[in-house]
Write a protein that binds this ligand. Structure first.
Ligand code: GUN
Length: 286
């Protein structure tokens, strides 16, 4: 392997240590601890793991957390009522509804019901609108994690050609906006590719930085890239008993200049950014 391995786990650990210090300072000045409320509906195995990881990360950073576990048959009205309770609860600073939700519940209706000041995922249209206008209240966790990994690894984004694979509301769309905007770790020329893009490799081969967020295991191979590219792999796919990204790590690491692994790359960064948003939400609500 010739690529520099970008250790997201270590970068996230350093950010979490800094946040733990900031949480102590917040407590000193307010006599309160920031608090995250997570709602988990149903029994999706991956979601259970994600929520447990978020709970543990909160505890380590000194952030209070509570998990509301609701049955798979929960109605939309019941979930809306739970969100309303948490919206009104002054001790709760951040609310996260773990996705996906069961089919009887309309995702957008639920996400729109979270009060924007507690929307630590940054999924509410008011917060997405603010982000799009370059005046964010919160930054969405995974895109912000990608941006911080690039910044803290000393990778120059300014003027670079970034190719984003995927146009999801959670990753592809917001990261494209954030990297194209004016600002630090931004000012990139961004190309968004997706499942309907024709001649995909013609675009990916022109990337200085490739961000893979398409949810297809080991989809990106060395032949699709130019030597020296920086590769950020946002994918988490279970193949048999292994977790793999959207990038074929073995072949791509031979030609990239830097690459994030899966696991241990962007996943831990997402959680660190959630903690940061929860602390910021608590500060906003004082
Ligand atoms: N499911 C997969 N990713 C996410 C995320 O970032 N936030 C929430 N709430 N659910 C998810």
């Amino acid at each position: 392997m010739t690529a520099q391995l970008i250790d997201g786990k270590a970068i996230a650990a350093a950010i979490r240590e800094r946040l733990a210090v900031e949480v102590v300072a917040f407590h000193k000045s307010t006599n309160r601890f920031p608090k995250l409320a997570a709602i988990l509906v149903g029994d999706d195995a991956a979601s259970q793991v994600y929520v447990r990881n978020k709970e543990q990360a909160c505890a380590k950073a000194g952030i209070a957390s509570e998990v509301h576990r609701l049955g798979a048959n929960t109605t939309q009205a019941e979930l809306l009522q739970r969100v309303a309770q948490l919206n009104a609860e002054p001790s709760v600073n951040g609310i996260l509804v773990q996705l996906p939700l069961p089919p009887q519940i309309h995702e957008t209706t639920i996400l729109d019901s979270i009060t924007p000041l507690k929307d630590v995922d940054c999924f509410h249209p008011e917060n997405v609108g603010r982000l799009a206008q370059g005046r964010p209240r919160f930054l969405p966790c995974t895109p912000h994690g990608v941006q911080q990994v690039l910044r803290l690894s000393g990778i120059c984004v300014d003027g670079a050609h970034v190719v984003v694979l995927g146009r999801s509301e959670i990753v592809g769309k917001p990261i494209s906006l954030m990297l194209a905007q004016k600002g630090e770790t931004a000012n990139a020329t961004v190309t968004i590719c997706h499942s309907r893009t024709k001649n995909l490799a013609d675009f990916t081969r022109r990337a200085d930085i490739l961000i893979a967020a398409i949810g297809k295991p080991q989809f990106v191979t060395a032949e699709m890239l130019k030597p020296g590219v920086v590769v950020i792999d946002v994918g988490i796919n279970r193949v048999g008993d292994k977790l793999v990204g959207d990038v074929d790590f073995e072949s791509v690491a031979q030609i990239a200049s830097a690459i994030t692994p899966v696991p241990g790359g962007i996943g831990p960064m997402t959680i660190a950014m959630l903690l940061e948003n929860t602390l910021n939400a608590a500060k906003l609500q004082i």
